[in-house]
Structure formats: C-alpha cells, structure tokens
Ligand binder design. Structure first.
Ligand code: C5P
Length: 235
C-alpha cells in the first residue's frame, strides 16, 4: 500500500497525536500523502512519522532546514533515516548548503525528494527589503528557484500564484509544491490569495498541500475525493 499517484498532500496541523491519527484513519494512503510540520514533529518526534508510515502513507517532513551546510546535510540524513518521502530546506541558506544536502541524500538508494522554500509567502515586499532583499517577492522567488534547480534539488514550495511563472522559467521536470489551495465552496481561513485545486494544477503545480478544507470537513474522505476528482479533470 502506498500513496500512488495522488497529487494531494494533507497538512496535519494538530496539537495532539490522537486527533491527527483519527483523521488519518479516516483517509487512505492510496488517495493522499501527509505533511508533518514543525509543531507536530516538535511535540511527537520520529514515532509519529513512523506511525504514519506504518499505515502506508508517504510523509513530507516540513521542517524547512536552514543552517550551515554540514548541519543541514546531517539533518537531511537523519530525516531520510525516518523513511520520509519528501523534506525541505530554505533556499536562502545558499547554493553550497543545498548542494551538500543533496549530495548527502544521493548516497542512498531510494533517496527522499528534497525541495526548497524560496521566499515565505507570509512576507510582504517591505519585509523582504528589511531583511536585505531588493526587488519584489516574485523576482526573488524566481531567482531562488533557479538557484535551487542549479543546486540539483527536486523543486520548490511556492504559492500557486507563482507556479505558472516558475513552470515556464524552470521547465517540466521541476516539482512545484503549492499550499494556499481552497476548493470553490470552502472558507479561506487565514489564507489570503488562494487558488482552487483545478487552477493550481492548470498553473503547473505538481503537488497541492491542503489542510483545513480536508482536516476540518465533516466528511474528510469525501472532501479529499472531490479534490482528487477536480485535479484529475485538470490534468
Ligand atoms: O489548512 P491549510 O490548507 O491552510 O494548510 C496549509 C499548510 O501549508 C499549513 O501546514 C501551512 O503551514 C502550510 N503553508 C502555507 N503557506 C505557505 C507555506 C506553508 O499555508 N506559504
């Protein structure tokens, strides 16, 4: 049993393991993958990742590493030991940090996918200037995504709004992992500039990270299936 061809990565953002697992047990690994982020991993650690893997799920470990190259490479190695399917780091850690991490993973058979965060979508233009970047966020996203590709990583995490420009600039073999997705009838929660699953796929997204529209649905499996159907219709 594994996550097959599903393009949906369900974001598990829960304070407690039992809540997360009761949702996970209502889904199915042939229909989605799962994302574990900083909150759940900090509370629950590797046993939680193992519990998801035991249930047959591919796990995206979303810890966004950013440190000196040797430390990030060692952290990626440790994440790979957990058997995760995908992990990430910050592209702003630089070319050498990304290359060293990728090289460390390449020593493995069946290595996990490694993707980078470019500019956090929470940052406004003034805020990226304040930390020393010039230009607008879109230019910086494209530049850092190009650096990520040159460093040999598999792709980037980006807003679906950025996906089309990145797909055009970086070609078909580069993964674009996009949060900020909302089915038409769902509430936006705290997401600001959302796209529907179909729009995200048409813009070039490879995988959609979807949390509350599934985790908060009365019938999560039905919500997931509706998203999968919409994706299939736009492929
Ligand atoms: O519930 P929702 O669908 O908004 O969850 C989206 C997930 O993607 C959350 O885990 C959130 O932290 C993550 N994320 C995001 N926007 C980004 C990067 C990550 O929403 N720019």
């Amino acid at each position: 049993m594994n996550s097959g061809d599903s393009r949906v990565i369900v974001a598990l953002d829960y304070p407690q393991q039992d809540k997360a697992l009761s949702l996970v047990d209502r889904l199915h690994p042939s229909l989605c993958r799962l994302k574990v982020g900083k909150e759940m991993f900090t509370r629950l650690g590797p046993p939680f990742v193992e519990a998801l893997r035991q249930r047959g799920y591919d796990v995206f470990l979303d810890l966004k590493f950013h440190d000196i190259p040797n430390t990030v490479a060692a952290a990626c190695d440790a994440a790979a030991d957990l058997g995760v399917w995908m992990m990430n780091l910050h592209a702003s850690g630089g070319r050498r940090m990304m290359e060293v991490a990728r090289e460390r993973l390449e020593t493995r058979t069946n290595r996990p996918l490694l993707v980078a965060v470019t500019i956090l979508t929470s940052l406004a233009t003034e805020e990226i200037h304040e930390i020393g970047f010039s230009g607008d966020p879109a230019e910086n996203v494209l530049r850092l995504a190009e650096l990520t590709r040159q460093a040999g990583l598999d792709g980037v995490v980006c807003s679906p709004r950025e996906a089309m420009a990145l797909r055009q600039g970086l070609g078909d073999d580069f993964l674009l992992v996009t949060p900020g997705v909302r089915p038409k009838l769902a509430t936006q929660d705290d997401q600001r500039r959302v796209m529907t699953p179909g729009e995200a796929i048409s813009s070039g997204s490879s995988y959609l990270v979807v949390g509350r529209p599934i985790t908060g649905a009365d019938d999560p499996i039905q919500a997931l299936q509706a998203i999968n159907d919409e994706i299939t219709a736009h492929l």
